[in-house]
Design a protein around this ligand. Structure first.
Ligand code: KG4
Ligand code: ZN
Length: 347
């Protein structure tokens, strides 16, 4: 089977994603998001997300097939996010994928969500160089990954030790009175601000931290520093310079993200850096990453924004690569694992 048609299901957070990929060609990527239902809580509510996945699953599978112009009978394999993510949300996707695979009589691949964020770029920029360095930044994760083979060999170089990058964007946006999810709002407001107006802390970059946490991230101290700074303004009865705070905060995040990612490329002899996850949509992150990659002789790959945020195409893309490389499928007893380690690419 040279060009397998794979249906991928993603339900690890608040997006019900169903993608159809043939080989390395994306046929259609259907998304139903419950983000609006979480907005008033300022974060994703797991039970609400699970219920929304349940309601969206069948219509989203049907829409993906219709728009892709394929019938379920044409599908050669089903791929699904087995973890990490919200337990109840994952279970809905895994149960649906098992039912489809069993009903269609095709193999089932339970795959790692983080690996899928890396694998998706093949549908846009072609085969992944081996190895590739992956920087994944979203509301749920901030990871630096060395990827010799996305279908079965991924090594974690570092991760956040507290808040994820997107989580920091969302919390700081809240402090600044911007809506949820805050990342895109900070990105927009920051364009009018001065990124060197306030010297916010760069977490885990001091000499000692660079020994113990060389490729780890920390954004919780930065978030607290912003909150204190804003509070001090209020206490002094001064208006908060929202654009300057947003720009300076954003600069602190993307400075550390890109600095450590490019350093990891240099130290591991990797010439290609791929950035994925929702925060990869950030305009300043893209610009600074490009600048630093150019200076270091590293090629930068960033999928288009719709493929950076959670989606089903990424799961289908990884499943298709597993089929093409002859990797063994999962069993029908496949568990959903909310804390699946990144090294476990397939369950
Ligand atoms: O990958 P994603 O859709 O979902 C997961 O969290 O897995 O990422 C969502 C995160 C949110 O925290 C959102 O604020 C952030 O990505 N985000 C951004 C931007 N667009 C989305 N952060 C900074 N700048 C952006 N332009
Ligand atoms: Zn994600």
């Amino acid at each position: 089977m040279s060009e397998p048609l794979v249906l991928g299901i993603e339900t690890s957070c608040d997006e019900t994603g169903v993608g159809l990929v043939r080989g390395r060609t994306l046929l259609f990527d259907a998304i139903a998001s419950s983000v609006d239902q979480h907005a008033r809580f300022g974060g994703v509510v797991p039970e609400v997300a699970s219920r929304a996945h349940l309601e969206a699953m069948v219509p989203t599978v049907e829409r993906a097939c219709r728009e892709a112009g394929v019938s379920l009978d044409d599908v050669d394999a089903v791929s699904v996010t087995a973890g990490p993510g919200l337990a109840g949300a994952l279970l809905v996707g895994v149960a649906a994928a098992k039912a489809l695979a069993l009903g269609l009589g095709v193999p089932l691949y339970g795959v790692n969500h983080l690996a899928a964020h890396v694998a998706v770029d093949v549908v846009e920029h072609g085969p992944l160089p081996e190895p590739t360095m992956g920087l994944l930044v979203s509301g749920g994760h901030s990871n630096l990954l060395l990827v010799p083979d996305v279908t079965h060999d991924i090594r974690s170089l570092g991760a956040t030790i507290d808040d994820a990058a997107g989580e920091a964007f969302d919390k700081v946006a809240r402090v600044l009175g911007l809506p949820f999810p805050g990342g895109p709002h900070i990105d927009r407001v920051a364009r009018e601000g001065d990124k060197v107006a306030i010297d916010f802390p760069r977490g885990l970059t001091s000499g000692r931290d660079m020994q113990r946490h060389r490729f780890d991230y920390s954004f919780s101290g930065l978030k607290t520093a912003v909150a204190r700074w804003v509070q001090a303004c209020a206490d002094a009865g001064e208006p908060v310079p929202v654009a300057d705070v947003a720009a300076s905060f954003q600069e602190a995040v993307v400075d550390v993200l890109t600095r450590k990612a490019v350093l990891a490329c240099a130290e591991h002899g990797v010439e290609d850096l791929l950035i994925g996850g929702g925060v990869a949509a950030n305009s300043r992150l893209r610009a600074l990453a490009q600048e630093r990659c150019d200076a270091a002789g590293v090629r930068l790959r960033v999928p288009r924004p719709g493929l950076c945020t959670d989606n089903g195409a990424m799961v289908a893309a990884l499943g298709a690569q597993m089929v093409m490389r002859g990797r063994p499928p999962s069993g029908l007893d496949l568990p959903a694992d909310s804390s699946q380690p990144v090294e476990q690419v397939r369950s």
